[in-house]
Design a binder for this molecule. Structure first.
Ligand code: PLP
Length: 475
């Protein structure tokens, strides 16, 4: 297929767009191939996203995502007001006799931009960032210092991959008390964030080619992780009751879901759907991964019981993290798995990275045992509740349809967005996600507003600027 536009270079893309779940991946691979073999050379201008999207018959967001990724990887550069160009870095190095190293053919991921390397925007509604200013650093430092000594934890030796016994006990107690998850400490594995928990599950449960069902819109890092293990990732619709279980592919080996606070829409999975999902898993011999990433923060009614608590056939792996309740930089998460797979998961953890840093685990165990986590969550939840209410209030005057949600660190609202919404918001100093950014297939768009990083005083003025930049208000 050829895409040409005015004076831009001609890009011949050999594309297989049949896998709807992986269109961005297909476009990415085709462009990388063109860069590798020199069809796209440094200085060449790429077709505008709109033109390429039209020529390929795919959404402009998909093309924009690919351009952003190649830009983040240094292959492309965006020149303000003039378009996207192939950068100097993209020049193909001369091939030596044996050929240069390259990732395996099916590898299609490059590093993606991270929140920590971007400048902090004046009005920060980015997702997944808790307010670090609320974290009790003094206390944490004291605990870390006292656990980092020669006589503590035999620091010259290798430790149990499952995690420090004291921490596994403290996590088991904490999820039992906070979430009603019945967990034996022997079923808990301490991981490097929720992300590693997903990685261990994929290693242990999936064969290449296995079908993994994910929510659409949903959490891209989980999607990419499963795909990187060779799984066929199939998007499944989300409606007002959460994941539409009736549309799950019957051959799914694993279902990844965020039932407490659907990512990114924020709705809880209804009780009827929870039961339906458990019945599906039992009937089709599938595993369920329940990612409970931010439900510590709840602002109203009692939450529904986790799938893990309702599960009678040992098919649910519950994944938790301290990335929202404390800090993502600690890199501590955990999983609670049925006893039938926990040994394999521990072995996977050992194969992957041995074990997680012991002094951090020990300090965290004391943080939990001394009731400091509960205290911190109570304090932080008050601040987040106020921000949640402010965001909710500010949305009332706008042409948007907020998605009911009473937990977590972000709130979504359906809305019609102008085509260049992202650019306009950024020009107004506002960083914000769209629902479309988290979709695989096209569907209703809107805003996803994080309020973890948004300092309370900036919420009203930030949303007013956002409304002006979107053309929703003139004041
Ligand atoms: C759906 C979801 N799961 C998990 C996480 C946390 O990941 P980790 O524990 O690896 O930091 C996030 C963070 O943004 C998330 O949005």
């Amino acid at each position: 297929l050829s895409a040409s536009c005015g004076k831009v270079s001609l890009v011949d893309l050999a594309l297989d767009l049949r896998d709807r779940a992986d269109r961005a991946g297909a476009v990415y691979r085709a462009l990388r191939e063109s860069l590798r073999d020199g069809r796209l050379a440094p200085g060449d201008r790429l077709p505008p996203t709109r033109a390429l999207a039209r020529d390929l018959g795919i959404s402009r967001t998909t093309v924009a995502t690919v351009y952003e990724r190649l830009t983040a990887e240094g292959f492309l550069e965006a020149r303000v007001g003039s378009g996207t160009y192939v950068s100097g870095v993209a020049a193909t190095p001369p091939r030596c006799a044996a050929g240069a190293l390259s990732p395996r053919r099916s590898w299609r991921w490059g590093p993606t931009p991270v929140s920590g390397s971007a400048p902090v925007p004046p009005f920060d509604f980015r997702l997944g960032i808790p307010d670090a200013a609320l974290f009790p650093f003094e206390t944490w430092r004291r605990l870390l210092t006292s656990e980092s000594r020669l006589r503590e934890h035999r620091p010259g030796t290798y430790a149990d991959p499952a995690g420090l016994e004291r921490l596994r006990e403290a996590i088991a107690r904490s999820v039992a008390y906070g979430r009603g998850v019945r967990a034996d400490p022997a079923e808990v594995v301490v991981t490097s964030g929720a992300q590693q928990a997903l990685d261990l599950v994929a290693r242990v449960l999936l064969e290449p080619g296995d079908v993994v069902a994910v929510e659409d819109p949903g959490y891209g890092n989980a999607r990419d992780l499963f795909a990187s293990h060779g799984a066929e990732v199939v998007p499944v619709r989300v409606d007002g009751d959460g994941l539409v279980v009736a549309e799950l592919p019957p051959e799914a080996r694993l279902v990844y879901t965020t039932p407490s606070h659907q990512f990114p829409l924020g709705i809880p999975l209804s009780l009827a759907r929870r039961r339906e999902l458990l019945a599906f898993a039992a009937q089709h011999d599938a595993a369920i991964v329940e990612d409970d990433y931010d439900s510590e923060f709840r602002f109203s009614e009692r939450p529904l019981e986790p799938l893990h608590a309702l599960d009678e056939s040992g098919r649910v792996i519950y994944v938790g993290t301290f990335s929202k309740s404390l800090l993502p930089s600690l890199r501590v998460g955990y999983l609670v798995a049925p006893s039938t797979v926990v040994g394999a998961l521990c072995a996977a953890k050992q194969l992957t990275d041995g074990f997680s840093a012991i002094h951090v685990q020990a300090a965290l165990a004391r943080f939990l045992q001394e009731g400091l986590l509960a205290r911190h969550v109570r304090r932080a939840a008050k601040v987040y509740a106020e921000r949640h209410a402010l965001v909710r209030e500010a949305l009332d005057g706008l042409p948007v349809e907020p998605v009911p949600s009473s937990a977590g660190l972000h709130l979504a609202a359906f809305a019609e967005l102008p085509a260049d919404f992202g650019r306009r918001a950024a020009a107004a100093g506002v960083a914000v996600d769209t629902i479309g950014q988290h979709r695989i297939r096209p569907g209703p768009d809107g805003l996803v507003l994080g309020y973890g990083a948004a300092v309370t005083d900036t919420i009203r003025p930030g949303l007013a600027r956002l409304a002006r930049s979107a053309g929703w208000s003139s004041s």
